[in-house]
Design a protein around this ligand. Structure first.
Ligand code: FAD
Length: 504
């Protein structure tokens, strides 16, 4: 076996698997290792967002999620009698600019198995029951050793870039001595996945239960599954929550024990931590290895997917298209603040639940906590990084995702057309795009697609049309973030010159 790879990924959880597929699709030689033979069996991710689904389109796995998921009806905070505190947020029947419903609930054992199967059909070299032992960052590559857990043999490999997708207790993070910022939400929770054995009579809204006796969460997962999560207080014995009887008592206000069977349960300590560095030399951290948050926002795996999406095209532009390695510094610059928002606001939901539960009057809960808890429903744009002049700009929508172009029939989306953007950068406009000859070589090196939206597309894509009102030609990155747009103040030539400097 050749022991030299373009990219090696430690950890084939959902985030490492997604990264492996993205990098392989871009023609790179990928090695992926995991110490476990089977996929993780305990209850974890249950929701995928609109952006998550849009990203999965890139490697044709969106159907795996769609076939095995349901739209979320809504979300909100309720009191001990399960009455909404304030308004519930209605999520049903909406499509976002990403071309998908805001959130869907899926059953992870099914999706993870299908994605593992998809990996088996690619050129990715997979070594299961192998564990990362040592790593050495060198000037132009990484040398690392792994142990075969079946026969205890050890082998050395090298790769240009090593990605740690090895979860919350990341070995790579520890080997590199990367420390973490602790945002101070550390609580024990028990998670219960149940399968209904009787017709469903529960609502389709995800609720945060602000009960002074015990805060919790109910998730109307993809039928026939339902999920509950309950806090375990410090003076309680965690072992008591391993007992199904105890769980049945907690679930009693929703269902009688005859109406469901418990299929999986797990006790987790939820953390809110963030690695100080997402990159060290030629090594990168993605997913839970880089950031962990309590799951209340349903965005942990999504944050990891965003990491994989952000990093993979940049690595391929360095290794395939000959751009500078410095391009990869924008990974941490762009992703860390965004991941921090998710960590902070996920913890914010937990804090708001506690505040509502403890308040004599819900109106007494500080606005700041309410803003943080509800603020989590709207994700920020990217701020600093690979954008015109290095910073997001409202006036040219830089740092924002360009909407997905969709085709409707009878009010239903029939086609999602991110493929129109090609696999590299895209120049998009409603007018014909003319390019000065001097930039052609550079734009070819960017693998650029030129897209003029015709009238029909503009009329049926109001979100894209609104963006196009802001300027003339939009420069879109391969991850669909807007780099900048030309207009009255800035010419297309200035944008391309700026991009040239930042990419080389
Ligand atoms: C209760 C709960 C509910 C959640 N709900 C959601 C949700 O609805 N939506 C959402 O987006 N997120 C959710 N999350 C978060 C989500 O589950 C995680 O963010 C996600 O699983 C992280 O994926 P990962 O691939 O980074 O890490 P993991 O899934 O932890 O995978 C890491 C992999 O690395 C392997 N590994 C570890 N060390 C080594 C080593 N030394 N050598 C080789 N292999 C190694 C492990 O075997 C494992 O396969 C939830 C989390 C919890 C706990």
């Amino acid at each position: 076996m050749n022991h030299d790879y373009d990219v090696a990924i430690v950890g084939l959880g959902p985030v490492g698997s997604f990264a492996a597929l993205l990098l392989e699709k871009r023609g790179l030689r990928v090695l992926a290792i995991d110490r476990d033979k089977e996929i993780y069996s305990l209850p974890r991710a249950v929701s995928i967002s609109d952006q998550g689904l849009r990203m999965t389109q890139e490697v044709d796995i969106e159907d795996i999620y769609i076939r095995n998921s349901s739209e979320v009806g809504g979300a909100g905070f309720v009191d001990e009698n399960l009455n909404f505190i304030g308004e519930a947020i209605n999520l049903k029947g909406f499509t976002t600019p990403n071309g998908w419903a805001p959130m869907r609930f899926f059953h992870q054992p099914y999706t993870d198995k299908k994605i593992r199967k998809k990996i088996e059909g690619t050129s990715i070299t997979t070594l299961l029951q192998h564990e990362l032992l040592n790593v050495k960052n060198r000037e132009k590559d990484v040398l690392f050793s792994i142990k075969n857990l079946e026969d205890s043999s050890e082998v050395e490999y090298s790769c240009k870039y090593l990605i740690g997708a090895d979860g919350g207790s990341s070995t790579l993070r520890k080997l590199l001595k990367i420390t973490q910022e602790d945002l101070d939400y550390n609580r024990d929770w028990v998670i219960v996945d149940a399968e209904l054995t009787a017709p469903n009579r529960l609502d389709d809204k995800a609720i945060q239960v602000c009960d002074p006796e015990r805060i919790g969460t109910f998730i109307p997962a993809h039928l026939p599954f339902r999920r509950w999560e309950f806090i375990i207080y410090e003076d309680e014995d965690k072992n008591d929550f391993q007992d199904d009887k105890k769980i049945q008592e907690l679930v009693e206000r929703w269902l009688n024990p005859e109406e469901y069977k418990i299929i999986r349960k797990a006790i987790y300590q939820f953390h809110s931590v963030l690695a100080h560095d997402f990159r060290q030399g030629n090594c990168f951290l993605i997913g839970d290895a880089a950031h962990q948050n309590p799951p209340f926002m349903g965005e942990g795996m999504m944050s990891g997917y965003r990491d994989a999406f952000n990093l993979s095209w940049k690595i391929s532009y360095v290794l395939n298209n000959g751009f500078s390695d410095a391009l990869l510094d924008s990974y941490q610059q762009e992703r860390r603040p965004h991941a921090k928002f998710v960590v902070e606001n996920s913890a914010g939901i937990g804090e708001l639940m506690e505040a509502y539960a403890q308040a004599e009057d819900h109106n007494d809960v500080p606005q700041e906590l309410i803003a943080k808890g509800y603020g989590s429903f709207v994700l920020p744009n990217l701020d600093e990084g690979l954008f015109f002049e290095g910073k997001a700009k409202e006036s040219m929508a830089a740092g924002q995702l360009f909407p997905q172009i969709v085709v409707y029939k009878d009010g239903e989306i029939m086609e999602r057309r991110d493929d129109l953007f090609g696999e590299g950068f895209t120049l998009i406009s409603k007018n014909e795009i003319t390019i000065n000859e001097v930039y052609k070589d550079f734009l070819n090196k960017l693998n650029c697609t030129y897209l003029t939206l015709d009238n029909e597309m503009i009329i049926s894509n109001p979100w894209a049309a609104d963006f196009l009102e802001l300027g003339d030609v939009f420069v879109i990155r391969p991850d669909k973030y807007i780099y900048g747009c030309s207009g009255n103040d800035v010419s297309l030539e200035q944008i391309i010159e700026d991009l040239k400097i930042r990419m080389q």
